[in-house]
Design a protein around this ligand. Structure first.
Ligand code: FES
Ligand SMILES: [Fe+2]
Length: 440
């Protein structure tokens, strides 16, 4: 059993889930076997809600984009009536993919193979040389609908028309922190990166911060990676982690200058400083104030420059990272002035996946939206900052380790409860009973 303790952490009241009475053990085959990947492609991906993109991808009528996950492909389009719709990306004549990529100003969905054509509501309206087919009605062959829904700037799809509505799937997550102002964020980049690892290897690395002490040691002076309460809903999870304060793992602590230097190196742009240049001296800290207060002031000032008013938010709200893990494959890293999404999608083999990095900017309320730049690049081609670069660099080594014949199971701590929860929910979707997860 995971021990759940109520705590009163800075910023919000959430449960801390940190201790297990014995380690959780999970079969490593889940990360490398073809059979397991096939189970996921049959029973998970066609039935689960997943973030496909953002409202920026489909800002105006006629805007559309394709979302691929494994062999599945969905087209999301905003209709002339302003409504968002999604369809399986397949022509009902002989199965050609209707679209590829993304675009704007689309007025119809016309197949490029033999030119069958549907309107943006999915109604068949034209079949060339129709008499050769004999009798059939247009309303027999609409595009195959896909469920679509939004939360804040995020667009989700689910190919299973019998699946529960998005609101129910998201549990209490959307109402957890309305002060984050997620709806005011605009997606500017949607970058896909093919990665040499299983999709779970990737998302696991964004579901715990136990690895900060190993992979991101430069962060230790600027974050408390120990007193970081976590919360589990049924499917989803959350971590709240204070920034601008030293990790208790540093036996001698850290000076304000060391904290400031590390903060600037990791996320200096939040206070208007380039991450690649020396931080300079610590700003003056007033009486009754802390360095976190000073950093929070810097965040407020930087936001104000782009018309975002964060004056009413407390230091804790500005300086604690809110990390949401949405089952199965999405991590949302949020502050009121900073939002990034990392998603993983399965690749052609269990040892490959796509990492999606969605980068956002907060803008003033009511600012108009335009589609983000959407590209696919090789690992290392784009600098995502020190921390994400380190994560990307590590993933191939982890996947290779998982293949070693002497390694048969992962051993997880209660601190890694969001990974355990991913596996519990995977077992539910895949119909694995009794549970193969040992311990806990
Ligand atoms: S496959 Fe689309 S029109 Fe023939
Ligand atoms: Fe990391």
């Amino acid at each position: 059993m995971i021990e759940v303790t109520e705590t009163a952490p800075v910023g919000s009241t959430i449960a801390s889930v940190t201790r297990a009475s014995e380690p959780f053990r999970i079969p490593s085959a889940r990360y490398i076997s073809t059979e397991w990947a096939e189970l996921e492609s049959d029973r998970l991906w066609p039935h689960v809600w997943q973030m496909a993109g953002t409202v920026d991808h489909v800002a105006e009528p006629g805007d559309w984009f394709e979302y691929q996950v494994g062999w599945l492909s969905v087209v999301v389009v905003r209709g002339d009536d302003g409504a968002l719709r999604a369809f399986q990306n397949v022509c009902r004549h002989r199965g050609n993919s209707l679209v590829c990529g993304e675009g704007r100003s689309m007025s119809e969905l016309r197949c490029g193979y033999h030119r069958w054509c549907w309107d943006l509501q999915g109604t068949l309206k034209e079949v060339p040389s129709r008499r050769g087919f004999g009798a059939f009605r247009n309303d027999e062959l609409p595009l195959i609908p896909v469920q679509v829904g939004t939360w804040g700037p995020f667009v989700f799809v689910n190919l299973d028309l019998g699946a529960e509505p998005l609101d129910a799937f998201l549990e209490g997550v959307p109402t957890d922190a309305p002060w984050l102002g997620l709806a005011d964020f605009h997606c500017t980049y949607d970058v896909a990166i093919p990665m040499p690892c299983n999709w779970k290897t990737l998302i696991d690395g964004f579901s715990e911060t136990y690895h900060v002490q190993g992979l991101h040691r430069e962060m230790l002076p600027m974050t408390d990676d120990v007193n970081s309460p976590q919360r589990l809903w049924g499917r989803h999870g959350k971590l709240e982690q204070p920034y601008g304060v030293a990790s208790p793992r540093l036996r001698d602590g850290a000076s304000d200058q060391e904290i400031f230097d590390a903060f600037v190196a990791v996320m200096g742009t939040r206070i208007g400083k380039p991450t690649t240049e020396p931080a300079g001296p610590v700003p003056a800290i007033g009486v009754d104030a802390t360095l976190r207060d000073v950093l929070a002031d810097g965040v407020r000032a930087t936001a104000a420059h782009v018309g975002v008013d964060l004056a009413d938010l407390a230091t804790d709200q500005l300086m604690n990272m809110q990390q949401y893990n949405l089952f199965p494959n999405t991590t949302i890293v949020a502050f009121p002035d900073l939002l990034q999404v990392v998603k993983s999608r399965p690749g052609p083999t269990p040892d490959e996946c796509f990492m999606d990095m969605l980068v956002f900017e907060r803008r003033g309320p009511g600012t108009s939206r335009t589609p983000p730049t959407r590209v696919t690049v090789e690992p290392g081609a784009i600098d995502f900052g020190m921390v994400i670069n380190q994560d990307i660099d590590a993933l191939g080594r982890i996947q290779r380790g998982l293949h070693q014949p002497g390694f048969t199971e992962l051993m997880l701590s209660g601190e890694e409860c969001r990974i355990v929860n991913l596996h519990r929910n995977l077992e539910h979707y895949l119909g694995i009973t009794p549970s193969e997860i040992r311990g806990g």
